[in-house]
Design a protein around this ligand. Structure first.
Ligand code: HEM
Ligand code: HEM
Length: 172
């Protein structure tokens, strides 16, 4: 008898946790810098580091999306009902779309040449100040929405775990 799959495959799990670390850091450190507005060496250092990190993350994210599209998700098998599964799926799709929007707007808001860990220089794709500002606004609001969704996502995983639905082990 063929056993049905109950957890994400190894590659999907590696993609998830690498992405989780990068996105959690980029989102919350980015929002912190934007809120605190400290003009210090630290701020510049973190800002340059984040731009390099998220640029390196672009091919990883593309790999993750291709892998997610090519593989089947494990069945919930009694853990979530049909409505909950639909909600979870919608939130996941929305997160993927938002990350795409954040990456595209991040690249397009760059008006000056920037370095990726001091190794590669990337020339800006757009020169128009107004367009760059527009993408910067999109980047800003999309990252706010993503922060809320991350809290909902992690909150849902914790909530299900405590109510006896072991969702977390699908991703471990
Ligand atoms: C996973 C992808 C990314 C996430 C989660 C992310 C998140 C953020 C957040 C939360 C902020 C602060 C927003 C604000 O309130 O103003 C920010 C700012 C910024 N992001 Fe991104 N970002 C990502 C990708 C990128 C990429 C690919 C680039 C460009 C190559 C980029 C360039 C910038 C720049 C220039 C700022 C302005 C502030 C600064 O210099 O730190 N971001 N990002
Ligand atoms: C401590 C933090 C996190 C935990 C404990 C966690 C846990 C999980 C678990 C258990 C799943 C499987 C859920 C299911 O199949 O219904 C999952 C899926 C997912 N997570 Fe997270 N996660 C975390 C952070 C993040 C972050 C920061 C992001 C990015 C914004 C993220 C994006 C996703 C996506 C897109 C999926 C769906 C995967 C797919 O179906 O292709 N997660 N997460």
């Amino acid at each position: 008898m063929k056993m049905s799959v109950t957890k994400f495959d190894r590659l999907a799990r590696v993609f998830h946790w690498v992405s989780a670390v990068v996105i959690l850091w980029a989102t919350f450190s980015g929002l912190f810098l934007a809120v605190v507005k400290v003009e210090s060496e630290w701020q510049i250092l973190i800002s340059e580091f984040n731009i390099s990190l998220t640029t390196v993350f672009i091919p990883i994210f593309c790999g993750r999306v291709v892998h997610a599209l090519r593989t089947q998700k494990p069945a919930y098998q009694g853990t979530l009902n049909a409505l909950q599964a639909k909600c979870a799926h919608s939130v996941h799709i929305f997160m993927y779309l938002l990350i795409m929007l954040i990456i595209i707007s991040g690249v397009l808001m760059m008006r000056l040449e920037f370095q990726v860990f001091g190794i590669v220089s990337i020339t800006p794709l757009l020169k128009d100040v107004w367009l760059c500002e527009w993408f910067s606004t999109i980047h800003h609001y999309a990252s706010y929405i993503l922060a809320v969704l991350i809290i909902v996502h992690v909150g849902a995983v914790v909530w299900h775990q405590y109510t006896g639905k072991p969702i977390l082990k699908r991703m471990l």
